[in-house]
Design a protein around this ligand. Structure first.
Ligand code: SF4
Length: 329
């Protein structure tokens, strides 16, 4: 692992019980995250992309320790935080913050903006109120709002402005890592680009690392240095963003890319047809989880699960076609 690694996730698993009760065992398990490993370097923006239900949001919450994993480890700046108690986690929470998808429900409607933005400061940093207010004003201005907005309530703002308030709140304790969970998907298209550019600028200015979660590959390609594609609780391909659009190898990635509209239709990636829906994570297919929808499925795919194998500089793919003499789709 490189020395400048900030976040290191190893073989992370989260299975949720289904059915059962106080005295009976669960009837089955939802395998939301099923053996995921990745790392994020200091200052890097790492994208997690996949369809709804692929486990990316659960993975983000595991990284933040908002959920306890079933197995695996999470290290922040070299420190294993996987099993830390709430009190032991408290000082570390300053170093990692989350931006939620929905700017309408993630802000308490009864709190004024000043109280919202300074909430993490009150929790982690015991500085006088005057200084907290000064800090909050500076952050509000940094995200494109005004000092006069401090005394307003969330309902007085648009969706994009509310997301800016959420971003200011996450920055106020000077975190090293931000998990941004679909931060623009609830916003109007016209506002999305503004918030994405703001996040990009803030990364440079504050030296932040991002785990940027989205179902939208075009947003992730724009925002991130490296991207991991998730399918049914596992990573199927990871590569630098600039490699992705020209040399992706996994049939699922290629199907996602083919679904991204391009201004020049001549340059469109040839579509890899995708049949059917994502299978249930309660009973995922044996072998390669993607085999029920893959146009290139062969016998081995139905029996053996492919693991990530290196195919280029920082480029890893979990597909049997890639493990053999060559790959072409
Ligand atoms: Fe398709 Fe087989 Fe590759 Fe899975 S391992 S993506 S089923 S070709």
């Amino acid at each position: 692992m490189p020395e400048h690694t900030l976040l290191e996730v190893t073989d992370l698993v989260k299975h949720f019980p289904v059915g059962g009760g106080l005295l009976s065992k669960p009837t089955s398990w939802v395998k939301a995250v099923d053996g995921v490993s990745f790392h994020v370097a200091k200052g890097e923006s790492f994208g997690l992309v996949g369809e709804s239900g692929c486990g990316k949001t659960t993975l983000g919450r595991l990284v933040m320790r908002l959920l306890d994993p079933t197995a695996g480890t999470v290290k922040l700046d070299g420190k294993d935080i996987t099993h830390l108690s709430r009190s032991a986690l408290r000082p570390l929470r300053q170093q990692m913050q989350i931006i939620f998808q929905d700017p309408f429900s993630s802000l308490d409607p009864r709190m004024k903006v000043e109280a919202i933005v300074t909430e993490p400061l009150r929790a982690y940093d015991r500085i006088p109120r005057g200084q907290r207010r000064e800090k909050a004003v500076a952050l509000l201005e940094k995200v494109g709002l005004r000092a006069g907005d401090m005394d307003k309530y969330p309902h007085e703002f648009s969706g994009g402005q509310r997301q800016r308030i959420g971003i200011a709140r996450s920055l106020c304790v000077r975190p090293k890592l931000i998990v941004a969970d679909e931060p623009v998907s609830a916003l109007d298209v016209s506002i999305q680009a503004q918030v994405i550019n703001l996040l990009d600028d803030l990364r440079v200015e504050f030296g932040l690392s991002y785990v940027f979660i989205s179902h939208d590959l075009s947003v992730v390609e724009y925002m991130c240095d490296r991207i991991a594609v998730m399918y049914l609780g596992g990573i199927v391909e990871t590569a630098p963003a600039d490699v992705f659009s020209v040399n992706s190898r996994h049939p699922y990635t290629r199907a996602l890319l083919a679904a991204v509209p391009l201004p020049d239709p001549q340059g469109q990636v040839p579509p890899a047809p995708l049949d059917g829906d994502v299978p249930s994570p309660i009973d995922p297919p044996a072998g390669c989880a993607f085999h029920t929808r893959c146009p290139y499925v062969h016998e081995r795919c139905r029996i053996e699960r492919p693991v990530l194998a290196k195919t280029g500089e920082r480029h890893w793919v979990a597909c049997w076609l890639n493990a053999g003499a060559g790959f072409s789709v």
